[in-house]
Structures are given as C-alpha cells and as structure tokens.
Design a protein around this ligand. Structure first.
Ligand code: ADP
Ligand code: MG
Length: 251
C-alpha cells in the first residue's frame, strides 16, 4: 500500500522554482533517504509533504486520501479542515534542531499533543510515553527539561514525541546535522531500530553510509528535481557525473 504519494509537485518562492515537478511514492514499511546538495529543495519537499508549506501544483495523498490536488486548469485545491486534520494524524516530523518546548519537561513534551490535540486518555498516554522513553534509552529523564539534556538526548525525546502520535509515516529533516559524530551515531542507531520495526520513514540526510545501509530507496535531488532514485546499491554506483561528483565530496 502507498502510504505517501506525491505527483508532479511544484513549489515556487516568488520567481524561484524550488520544487519542479517531483513525483515520489513511499510504500508501507519503506525507508526512503533523500540526499543531494544544499539548496536542492530537500527541506521544501518535506515541508510540502507535511503540509507546512503550500504547494503550487501537483498532488499529495496519504493512504489513498487526497490532501491536495490540482485540476487541468492548474487550480490547486486542499482538502477541507476536518479531512486535513485526519490526514495530518498520519505523519510526524523530526527536525534538525529538535524543536522541543523548552518550558515543558521531557514527559510533558511527549504527552502534550496526544492529550491536548488527540484528546487521548492521560494515563494511557503516560504509560506509552514511558515505554517510548525506555525504547529511546531515556527512562530516567522524564522530569528533566530540554536544557538539561545533550543534543542527542534532546533529539531522542523529539523522536519519542513524534512516535507518541502513532504516525504511519515519520519524516526526518537532517536529524543529525546539529550533533557531533558520537551523538550522530546514537540517533542513527535509533532510526535503524525503527527501520527494523518496519516504521515507514522519509529521511533527509548527509549520512551517506547510513542512507546506503538502512534505506530501501534513495532519492537524489538537485535544483528542485529528482535526478535519480532507486535502490541504494544502484544509486550509489550511478555513473551520472553529477552524482559521482556529489558522492566524491564525502570521501
Ligand atoms: P535543502 O533543504 O536541499 O538545502 P531548501 O529546500 O531548504 O534546500 O531550499 C531550496 C531553495 O529554496 C533554496 O534556494 C532556498 O534558498 C529557497 N528557499 C527555501 N525556503 C524559502 C523561503 N521560505 N523563502 C524563499 N526561498 C526559500
Ligand atoms: Mg534542508
């Protein structure tokens, strides 16, 4: 089943065409790595996929339900508020800079949206949050505040926070770029564990070894287009000069 489908997506900032006709399908259980040079439109693509950014063309759907579509005249239509709310509950997003609420404890960061937005039972959410903290190796941190944690720990809290909403698809935008190499490994291991549990994920990353070893599907973007996409082994052995040049920068 296609968990996420983007068809002919376009996004402009003024005269700048940042996403030019991108189509991407993510199936249940798939781990998709999005790689490419800085400024190629990776974050914008993720922001369109997660409805943080409006689209100027194309289609976006989750589990077959259309969030955005474009008719033959180029008119872009969004689903209604109720439908969008339902569609939004299908995905979570983990940012580069953790984006935790600084004035909330770790536990409150995780419980806030499930309790306040999803109106779920507090005790039940608490039990699940404890399990998630345990899974993230943070069982002794529930009463800490973000400033009391390392960057790697903060990022693990933000992953737990995203998972508490039980997303079908989890998006990561460069989840390790604010971390030093040791802490980077910590986060990559967490994501690898999630992959082993068949979590469907889309990960923008500069960690080429990680993309190669953990992703089932790799997408190489440049200048707002997908230059090539496919299985990691095929992509990382591409003869495309642009990609060879890009990979060369990581050696
Ligand atoms: P990447 O994540 O691959 O580094 P981005 O999606 O952040 O690339 O940016 C792609 C292009 O869009 C860049 O040229 C960037 O300057 C531009 N851009 C991104 N966000 C905005 C914005 N809100 N307003 C104007 N230009 C933007
Ligand atoms: Mg980016």
């Amino acid at each position: 089943m296609n968990y996420l489908e983007m068809k002919n997506v376009k996004k402009n900032f003024g005269d700048l065409e940042v996403i030019k006709d991108i189509s991407l399908t993510v199936r249940q259980g798939e781990v998709v790595a999005v790689i490419g040079p800085s400024g190629s439109g990776k974050s914008t693509l993720l922001r369109c996929a997660t409805l943080l950014e409006s689209m100027d063309g194309g289609e976006l759907s989750y589990l077959g339900e259309k969030a955005v579509y474009t008719d033959n005249d180029g008119k872009v239509t969004y689903a209604g508020a109720d439908e969008l709310r339902k569609i939004r509950s299908n995905f979570g997003l983990v940012f580069q800079n953790f984006n935790l609420f600084p004035h909330f404890s770790v536990m409150k960061n995780i419980m806030d949206a499930p309790v306040r937005v999803q109106k779920r039972n507090k005790k039940e959410v608490y039990e699940e949050a404890k399990q998630l903290l345990d899974q993230m190796g943070l069982s002794d941190k529930e009463n800490c505040y973000p400033y009391q944690l390392s960057g790697g720990q903060q990022q693990r809290v933000s992953i737990a926070r995203a998972l508490a909403l039980k997303p079908k698809v989890l998006f990561f935008d460069e989840p390790t770029s604010a971390l030093d190499p040791e802490l980077t490994g910590e986060i990559l291991k967490v994501i690898k564990d999630l992959a082993a549990r068949h979590m469907t994920m889309v990960i923008v990353t500069h960690e080429m070894n990680f993309a190669r070893n953990v992703a089932n599907h790799v997408v190489f973007m440049e200048n707002g287009v997908i230059v090539e996409q496919g299985e990691p082994e095929v992509l990382f052995n591409s003869t495309n000069p642009r990609m060879k040049d890009f990979f060369g920068k990581f050696h």
